[in-house]
Ligand binder design. Sequence first.
Ligand code: AMP
Length: 590
Amino acid sequence: MDYLEICRVYGRLERTTKGLEKAEILASFLGEIRDEPELIYLLQGRLFADYDNRELGVSHQLVIRAIGRAAGISDVEVVKKFKKFGDLGKVAEAVLGEEKKQMALFSKKLSVEKVMENLRKLPTMEGAGAVEQKVGHIVELLHSASPEEAKYIVRTVLSDLKIGVGSGILRDAIVVHCFKPKDLEDKKVCVQAVQEAYDKATDFAEVFEMACSDSLEKIKLEPGKPVRVMLFPKAKDVDDAFRIVGRPAAFEYKYDGFRVMINKEGPQLDSQGHQTGQGGKIKIFTRRLEEVTKQFPEIVEYVRDYVKGASFILDAEAVGFGAETKKYTDFQAISQRIRRKYDIGKLRDELPIELVVFDVIYYDGESLIEKPFRERRKLIERIVSEEEWKIILAKQIVTEDAEEVEKFYEAALADNQEGLMGKNLNAPYKPGARIGHAVKLKPVDRDFDLVITGAEWGTGKRAGWLTSFDISCRNSSVVGGRWSVVGDLGNEDELLQIGKVSTGLKELRDEGLSFAEMTDMLEKLVVDVDGKHVKVKPEIVVSVQYQNVQKSPTYSSGFALRFPRILRLRADRGVDDVATLDEVAEEASS
Ligand code: AMP
């Protein structure tokens, strides 16, 4: 297929802001790629499935160099244009347009396959000479691209297509294309089915292919491939918890660490069922599907030594504790372990963690998500040999007595934990869903996890740092306790600003999360520049404390936080995990 064809679709998507229209445009294009479902990744601005952690590793600087070289101009000139346009895609379009006019260059047609092939090689390039090789591959594509194609190649390389398509719209397009729902009710059912398939597969190519042949049920959990974790709504108090999860219920400590899904791969089999590989590999994923196995060698050891079974997927919390004090610490204390890729041995000694297992969703070749929680808990009791400060099961009581729960709640708080989880003993596991199969009980907290969508450079003594941050929530109108359907009820892929925050960060790096550290992270994500203000890719999630929520016409969410303050960076969370507009609206009315 000509790359130009897909660029035309990008163009149409870019020109409309309406979710429903976008889903329609995509739905009709999906017909063109039924035989090559992996091309769906390009519609996401990606080259691999969502579960695949390979990164292109191309910075803005590198793209600037590639554009300059392809157009035969200096990097300085490219940067000048970048300041003017605020988007390197547009810069490439403009400068290559000029160049091609002058040289009357007729390039040969660029195919989608060639674009995929060249860009998919980028993650494999490492070590000496890698930078030049990467630039060379991008330049080669830009040389044979039309100006419009160049724009989207650059944006794909920078993983920001600017076409306003997220997983919700893509899912809805698959629904429209494959199932042609006859009314809204029918659409909701199909959306649910496709979403459930996606939450297991975390791969739109696979979901698309299976949906086309009406065999979504064939999508199975597979250890080694991350799934989306089940999420939990809040309960107001113990009675409310019982009301939602039923009586009797299980109550567990809500540990203040970060979520890890631990996968042990089974032996590899060929299509005839003959064993071809050993298996037994242990992989650790965060809830944003990021693989962190290297960062946590001790988790791999504990799981290998203390958990029985040939293959499994465990849901667990990694919790920090003081090496000397043997007291639990909060998430913040160990958060740097998620991102740090060096000095791992040292960090492991300084910031030890205990693995707290609270669920299992796959065991020895069998998916357990349909099994009731009480059975899944029994299984982890059988397969995990507990060893204090290494691996334990979540502390649990099963009761119908509110007073007993209150006492347990106090004990959890006294043990430096966040509160309790109340769990329905008969409920299945629903990957990706935030439904009341379990609820969280925490003392009143006034904070939201929000994503940073923009920032502003500071002045005076704070010049050189980004010091004010635009914070956004997710738009979502929840259908049946779960997802929205684009266009009909609101677009959940959209991010809506809820304010700006400039307090909470430190001026000195060693005092905690600092302006300098935040600036380092955000600078890599800049997608648009407008004077002192930059727009950034929505990847950095922070917990923001506030005094209350007010209605406000100033921000696109229609709400504003009063006295917002950044409490901490949530390196384990992604844009899918941030607060929704519904949650914000509920706070505003309470
Ligand atoms: P929150 O982060 O406030 O939405 O609370 C949900 C998180 O609590 C989960 O994603 C887990 O990371 C964490 N958690 C801690 N202890 C447990 C537990 N016993 N069961 C389930 N989740 C837990």
